[in-house]
Ligand binder design. Structure first.
Ligand SMILES: CNC(=O)c1cccc(C)c1Nc1nc(N2CCN(c3ccccc3Cl)CC2)nc(N2CSC[C@H]2C(=O)NC)n1
Ligand code: NI
Length: 187
């Protein structure tokens, strides 16, 4: 089971590497890692388990964050609709690729956090508001989906980890809270 002890922190070289594609059929190791990463997110979002295991809450986790430089990430975005039980988005993404994206940008009004960053880094993180994503599931089937708003932000944050990019690389150095014309600020 993955805990915070398995998550490497900024300064560790693996976080700045470009990760290698995963090959199919998946090795048992890559299949299990995907399951373990998803389990971490589930535990991190469960108040009892998070307390018990001392986990920071997360909605995304990329393999490089557990020192595995492979192009895979788990994403678990809880439902944003109180009437709906199931998550807004739940998937283990193998070899994810952004095929196209909107010109319009979006950012989280509260900025971004990262399980590999033990400090608050204030500022808006401009990203594409909408993306068309392809990825492979654990059966090796290629999926093509369109994402927008919060889920799109989370997936872009995790794909950045596969390319050695940290969220604060996108923050405007001059004015961290600068907002370009037309950017969507997500509450
Ligand atoms: C500096 N200000 C801030 O961090 C920040 C501050 C306020 C609000 C937001 C919205 C902020 N921003 C931010 N909050 C999150 N969470 C909110 C809490 N939540 C969570 C926590 C506990 C249980 C269940 C859950 Cl669901 C987990 C997710 N997650 C991300 N990111 C950036 S994209 C990848 C994603 C990630 O998983 N990071 C670890 N950013
Ligand atoms: Ni992160």
């Amino acid at each position: 089971m993955i805990t915070m002890d398995d998550i490497i922190r900024e300064g560790h070289p693996t976080l700045r590497k470009v990760a290698e594609e995963v090959s199919f059929p998946l090795s048992e190791e890559d299949r299990q890692l995907g399951k373990d990463m998803m389990e971490f997110l589930e535990n991190s979002q469960d108040p009892v388990k998070a307390e018990e295991l001392d986990l920071r809450g997360g909605v995304g986790l990329a393999a490089p964050q557990v020192d595995v430089s492979k192009r895979m990430a788990a994403v678990l975005v809880p439902s944003s609709d109180p009437e709906r039980e199931e998550p807004d988005f739940q998937a283990v993404l193998y070899n994810p690729k952004i095929m196209s994206h909107s010109v319009q940008e979006a950012c989280l009004s509260d900025g971004e956090g990262c399980l590999s960053v033990d400090r608050e880094v204030p500022g808006y993180v401009p990203r594409s508001a909408r993306i068309t994503l392809t990825y492979f599931n654990e059966e090796g089937e290629q999926q093509k989906i369109r994402l927008k708003n919060y889920t799109a932000i989370v997936v872009q944050h995790e794909i950045d980890h596969l390319n050695g990019v940290m969220f604060y690389d996108h923050i405007n150095g001059q004015n961290p809270f600068a907002l370009k014309e037309g950017i969507l600020v997500i509450e």
